[in-house]
Design a protein around this ligand. Structure first.
Ligand SMILES: O=C(O)[C@H]1O[C@H](OP(=O)(O)OP(=O)(O)OC[C@H]2O[C@@H](n3ccc(=O)[nH]c3=O)[C@H](O)[C@@H]2O)[C@H](O)[C@@H](O)[C@H]1O
Length: 429
């Protein structure tokens, strides 16, 4: 006997209903099959993923122990040895040692007899071959650069286990004002997370090192009171780069306050010179002028002049060394503060802003090529119109006194540039 529900009210309807039931049955079967397959698939994927992770973890561990093995340790120790000059027991970990300022500072420290070990991740923000050439230059002076990231706390701790660094010169950073709109997270990764990772290690080691680190003139942001003094407000950043550097200054305050770390921030003003950064205007202007390509020169509202307090690398290096030499010891140990510690911020500028159009005129004369100038409105991408440093505080405390004007500094840069890129070939002479 058929169930009442299955009795046809009309043949068509019955036919229809049974087709519907078949379809429903078919669908529920397909659904069960689908979910079973999906479930099995998921188990399959997670099994192989865990195998892969286990494998890559163990291979990473293997790589780590083999890469950072006894030979590596020997090189780190060798590089940290204090020379016979006026080393004064100073041994410095320089982060960003393959960078522009990092290379110059490491070289100066080593040459005056300090122990120096570098750390750099050799990222490809700009041509890594230039970083490799700087590495080779430092290697000839006896400075070894560990290849790694400041976010790798385990690695940094390992370096402190091997060497008792008295100072850290923290120059590793994601630089560049305009690139922050393209890759914002790289700024957070290096300038905020990286700084915190480094300070976490510094606060917990014993003895704690004194730290000098690179802040930036960009923290003055939209200020129009010039020259910029350390006492001026810095709460109106115009770029994410500036915001991360400002955050760095606040983070420094916190680690000084809680853990007794001695911290000195240096606000660099548009540093230029030989071995410089190819992403900076003076560098790529030179390249483009020589290639006959047009260059964009920014102007402010109402055809206002855009100017920078361009500061030559040798003056910056003197400021960095003076900051290290006058840095007091950190007061904490094992993560505990024992008393108040030094906390400083200095402007390191040149005190004489030069319009970008004048920079181009100097380059034209030195390169002996006329630039194809394209004047354009300064894009809203983080740039500020004007920078000008008041350096009286650095003068008083560090005896900082810049001596190189833009004409002289660019002459040295152009000489280096032409020899390095001679005939389109690389040369580190
Ligand atoms: O002091 C700092 O803290 C910063 O200095 C540097 O930034 P900036 O002062 O912006 O240098 P840089 O890019 O060389 O532009 C120079 C001038 O050329 C203008 N400029 C730029 C590009 C262009 O195509 N045209 C142009 O006119 C431009 O408007 C500007 O007026 C560092 O890069 C940065 O990492 C940070 O350290």
């Amino acid at each position: 006997m058929k169930h009442i529900d299955n009795l046809p009210t009309s043949p068509g309807k019955f036919k229809e209903k049974s087709a519907y039931i078949r379809l429903r049955h078919h669908f529920s079967l397909a659904k069960t099959t689908f979910w079973t397959l999906a479930f099995v698939g998921l188990i399959y994927i997670s099994f192989f993923r865990s195998l892969h992770i286990a494998h890559s973890d163990s291979s990473r561990r293997f790589l780590r122990t083999s890469f950072y093995g006894p030979d590596w340790e020997k090189r780190v120790k060798e590089s940290s040895k204090i020379g016979s000059g006026n080393g004064n027991g100073v041994c410095v970990l320089v982060t960003g040692a393959a960078g522009f300022v990092g290379t110059h500072v490491s070289s100066a420290l080593k040459q005056r007899g300090n122990g120096v070990v570098g750390l750099d991740n050799f990222n490809d923000y700009y041509d890594p071959s230039l970083k490799r050439a700087r590495q080779a230059l430092l290697a000839r002076l006896g400075v070894y650069i560990v290849e790694g990231d400041i976010n790798d706390e385990e690695l940094v701790r390992r370096m402190f286990d091997i060497v008792e660094f008295s100072h850290v010169m923290h120059l590793a950073a994601q630089a560049g004002v305009r690139y922050a709109m393209e890759n914002p997270s790289s700024y957070v990764h290096s300038n905020i997370a990286g700084l915190v990772s480094l300070l976490e290690v510094c606060k917990s080691v014993n003895p704690q090192p004194a730290i000098v680190w690179a802040s930036s003139s960009s923290v003055y942001g939209l200020n129009n009171k010039v020259p910029f003094s350390e006492k001026d407000r810095t709460d109106q950043p115009a770029s994410l780069y500036a915001a991360t550097k400002k955050a760095g200054e606040e983070i420094a305050h916190t680690y000084n306050h809680i853990y007794g770390l001695s911290l000195t921030g240096l606000r660099f003003f548009t540093v230029y010179g030989p071995w410089g950064r190819p992403d900076m205007a003076y560098f790529f202007f030179s390249k483009d002028i020589l290639k006959g390509k047009s260059i964009s020169i920014f102007e402010g509202p109402n055809h206002g002049t855009v100017a920078r307090d361009f500061t030559y690398i040798d003056d910056i290096v003197k400021g960095c060394l003076a900051a290290l030499d006058t840095a007091e010891k950190s007061t904490g140990s094992g993560g505990k503060k024992k008393g108040p510690a030094q906390l400083r911020v200095f402007n390191l500028g040149n005190t004489s802003p030069v319009p970008v159009s004048d920079l181009v005129s100097i380059l034209e004369r030195l390169l002996k090529v006329k630039a194809k100038r394209k004047i354009m409105k300064m894009p809203r991408n983080g740039d500020v119109q004007f920078t000008h440093a008041n350096i009286s505080y650095a003068q008083k405390e560090l005896h900082y006194k810049p001596t190189t004007d833009l004409q002289t500094g660019l002459k040295k840069f152009v000489r280096w540039y032409l020899s390095y890129y001679r005939d389109g070939k690389m040369s580190d002479q």
